[in-house]
Design a protein around this ligand. Sequence first.
Ligand code: CA
Length: 233
Amino acid sequence: MTEEIREKKRILVIEDEPDIVRGLRDALEFEGFEVQARGTGAEGLVASMEWDPDCILLDLMLPDDNGYRICETLRGKNEVVPIIILTAKAQETDKIRGLDAGADDYVTKPFSVAELIARINAIFRRQARLTHSDETFNIGAWAINARKHTMSKGRASRRLTFYELEVLKLLRERAEATVSRDELLEKVWGIQASPTNRTVDNFIVKLRRKLEEDHKNPRHILTVYGLGYKLVP
Ligand code: CA
């Protein structure tokens, strides 16, 4: 992550359909973003590391690899950059799978560019809110620093993704009280409750692995059966 103030936010488009790329480039540049496009997952990965984009738009159907796998790899290289999946698949399970793979949001093709831009701007607004909050708080022995996206304990330090932080902040705001899966999904990811809330559960499992001493016997992020989750700091 760079601390420099960029004049223009950078958007990396990983998409192989020339028509869609052209349309996105025009609309995003008109909106004041700087745009680069790549037609394969492999090229997209390289660009994501070299160009350091502020947001990635990722098509799920690329010629060289499965989009979910690309998403996971991108996320592995950069825990913080927002990834929005562009998918022709309207199935709820595909969206959920995308979010599980580390995407932050998705739009279904054919999408309206206005809606896509609104989502990009929403992500940037939430990010700005986080970046400007200088908040630190403790969960167990971990000190969470919201501005730096880190959790540290003694000499150990780990990065927190944007969504991990948002989840922790929401749980912490309501410490000792139950937060439902629907509420987490809506407030953190900005999406309506889905028929299965596996996304939230999978997310919590990963977060526990990071934060709990014994993730199978969590002491801080507790499951409230049938209701949701509760933070005991
Ligand atoms: Ca495609």
